[in-house]
Design a protein around this ligand. Structure first.
Ligand code: NCD
Ligand code: ZN
Length: 351
């Protein structure tokens, strides 16, 4: 039995408010616990989007009643909400900026709209940029010009990891995360995913891009799921929305990589606990741990998951490493396939 600290996923979409048929704070935090994750940071591209005090309250009130693991809620950068003082940022996980192709209404195309957010958002709180390729380069330049930290969400390309490496070597305050689907799937080998099911932003990249992420593992600060649940019916429709669920598959996929010597347990702890805790200023979780059966071999099945979306891009994958038990703040929150933490047990990390 392997004992890990409570793991942190800094990038999930819990769909509350507005699309709770896909997921809500209850089902999403249950999926997190089943995946060995004890803190989730939720993205603001909901309906309505989370961008001011009222909308933040909508999400936080739902979370307070329903969450089964600890959580934080991001606010989104919009065209008219860049006059940040201290109040709202103190209650939010951080600021999310959508600088590129995405699902939802929070996209900021014009760079003049980026400027006041980089200038005004408190510098001790993270800005997370959804940016790809050249927009990612622009986000790093903004971090350098305004001398503040920026965290690049879900990197997927060789050019991205190489530029981040160079920026870090020059002292620019940039950190980044990578998602399991960009480490285990490519656009050359989608393991039989149909068109709708392979839709995700950033798109699956080439084998060469995937290889370069593995080769530059030391540049990557965090693993994050970008858990983006859309129902299987929506994914198989004529207009499939982009996004993969990931909370229940991240740990078994990475533990399988550990069993194949492609990764180490200290790497995993650093990128799923130590680094996200530091980057996002998260509190300690006393008496919290995850027990894993490192040798359990099993098949990933959507039918056994707690996410409401009812599918996974890793259906049928054989993995090694199963979460047996999660203890969260002294209480057994998950054991042998059952969620034991009640709705409302989860705490706001900015509480
Ligand atoms: C995300 C979603 O569905 O909310 N989809 C995705 O493919 N990652 C939105 C996003 O992060 O762009
Ligand atoms: Zn996302």
């Amino acid at each position: 039995m392997l004992k890990l600290p409570g793991l942190i996923d800094p990038h999930v979409h819990l769909r509350e408010p507005g699309a709770t048929h896909k997921e809500d704070y209850d089902s999403g935090t249950s999926a997190a616990l089943a995946g060995g994750i004890t803190i989730v940071l939720a993205m603001p591209n909901t309906k309505p989007p989370i961008f001011d005090a009222d909308t933040l309250d909508l999400a936080l009130n739902a979370a307070k009643q329903k969450a089964r693991c600890d959580y934080g809620q991001f606010v989104g950068a919009g065209p008219d909400n860049a006059d940040w003082d201290e109040t709202l940022p103190k209650r939010a996980a951080g600021l999310k900026m959508y600088l590129d192709s995405t699902f939802g209404e929070l996209r900021l195309d014009n760079m003049t709209l980026w400027q006041p957010h980089f200038e005004n958002y408190p510098k001790n709180m993270p800005i997370v940029a959804h940016s790809e390729s050249r927009s990612m380069a622009a986000a790093i330049l903004f971090a350098a010009v305004y001398d503040r930290p920026v965290h690049i969400a879900h990197i997927s390309l060789r050019e991205e990891v190489l530029l981040i490496k160079a920026a870090k070597e020059r002292g620019i305050k940039v950190t980044c995360e990578v998602c399991p689907h960009h480490l285990f799937l490519s656009n050359e080998d989608q393991s039989g995913l149909t068109h709708g099911r392979s839709e995700v932003r950033p798109r699956l990249a080439t084998r060469k891009d995937v290889d370069s992420l593995w080769e530059n593992m030391d540049v990557i600060d965090c693993f994050a799921t970008d858990h983006a649940p859309h129902t299987v019916e929506e994914k198989d429709s004529d207009n499939p929305p982009p996004g993969f669920p990931g909370l229940e598959t991240i740990l078994p996929l990475l533990l399988t990589a550990v069993s194949e010597s492609r990764l180490t347990i200290p790497d995993l702890i650093e990128k799923m606990c130590t680094n996200p805790k530091r980057i996002f200023n998260l509190p300690d979780q006393p008496e919290t741990w995850v027990e894993v059966d490192e040798n359990a071999i099993y098949e990933i099945k959507a039918s056994e998951q707690f996410t409401r979306c009812n599918w996974t891009p890793f259906e049928g994958w054989k993995v090694k490493g199963k979460v047996r038990k999660v203890v969260l703040r002294g209480r057994t929150a998950f054991e042998d396939g059952k969620i034991l933490a009640p709705a409302g047990y989860g705490r706001n990390v900015r509480g």
